[in-house]
Write a protein that binds this ligand. Sequence first.
Ligand code: FAD
Length: 380
Amino acid sequence: MARALIIGGGIAGPVTAMALQRAGIEAAVHEAYPAGADDVGAFLVLFANGLAALAAIDADAVVREHSFPARTAEFLGADGAALGSRPLAGSNGGAAPRTLSRSVLHRVLREEAARRGIPVHHGKRLVDRRTGPGGTVTALFADGTRAEGDVLVGADGIHSRTRTLLDPAAPAPRPTGQTTVCGRLRDAAHTVPPATYRMMYGTRGFFGCTTAPDGTTYWFANVPGTPAPGAGPAHWRRLVAEAFAGDGTPAAAMAAATGDDIVGTSAHDLQRTPVWHDRHTVLVGDAAHATAPNAAQGASLAIEDGVVLAQCLRDLAGVPRAFAAYERLRRARAERVVALSAALAARLAGAADENTPQRSGDGSADWLTGYRIDWDARVS
Ligand SMILES: Cc1cc2nc3c(=O)[nH]c(=O)nc-3n(C[C@H](O)[C@H](O)[C@H](O)COP(=O)(O)OP(=O)(O)OC[C@H]3O[C@@H](n4cnc5c(N)ncnc54)[C@H](O)[C@@H]3O)c2cc1C
């Protein structure tokens, strides 16, 4: 097996391509959007497991360079009173989680793939696929072009076209009934001590924020409800400011002080995707298992998927065997994370510590952030 067509240049796509290259398999990334698309406000946290998976293919340095760490989580009750704090960085070698803008993460991963000689094609939206008699697979793109390979990897995110091509009856993503709003602001009145996430349990939602070394404060809010289509910055500011208005925390003031660097989204997940692969095509990342944002693990899972898939294709004879092993190694873990995140979303206004993934972020021994991939170990 020599050539892989990767559909999607988000997180799973470039990581899978880099891991395949390490495994001796040629890969090219095909991304629907033109280069440079931005997503205002949106940011991500990568936990120790995702960072370790990147390190397994020597791709963590570029992410560290563009992100900043958090070593402590502080908790405030709805009245603003401090509830306590705990470490996020690990006693057992677990790295401190790192925060960075989503568009920056996409960009630096694509750039790193390109730097390693992997072709990254933009403006290539997959619409269909064909399988050839010689065991090849052809991707058909919306611009009328096509590309041929030996396998097709669907890394095309939560609304994956590859998923529906694999299984037209595949379940659609499910709204979790929660809206997540992310914002950034530069305002000395609203900063958090270095390397700290400040988490606030509001009476009608959950709010978290951290301040980057350059003084920008990043915040997110999870509030119940589904956003109106086409909502803009004024809507998101008002939604969050109103949700936390009666509380004694700074959440409402921070939302109100945020400019246009703010974006909201209706949270969706995919609890179970029945078909992950056929003989030629396989799903990775959100295409296979999208999680609600509450556990902050979707990107880390996407990275893990790409590395494990490459190991399977490296070590096992025959694509069907490799795909079956990949699913065996990944499905249970991914669905467990999706279920955890869904439970956290359902308890949106629940008790302290039930609403935050960082409860598991203090070591490498636990199942969530302690997951490690040994690149040199053979898959059997
Ligand atoms: C509000 C919010 C906050 C989040 N916070 C976190 C967090 O803190 N930590 C964390 O780990 N995860 C977080 N997540 C989840 C994380 O963003 C996803 O799990 C992660 O982006 C999945 O990576 P992916 O590569 O599978 O998909 P994506 O990152 O969505 O990338 C898919 C790519 O495929 C492209 N594409 C789509 N369709 C096609 C097509 N037909 N042809 C070609 N290309 C196509 C898209 O343009 C995109 O570039 C959050 C999600 C949300 C919504």
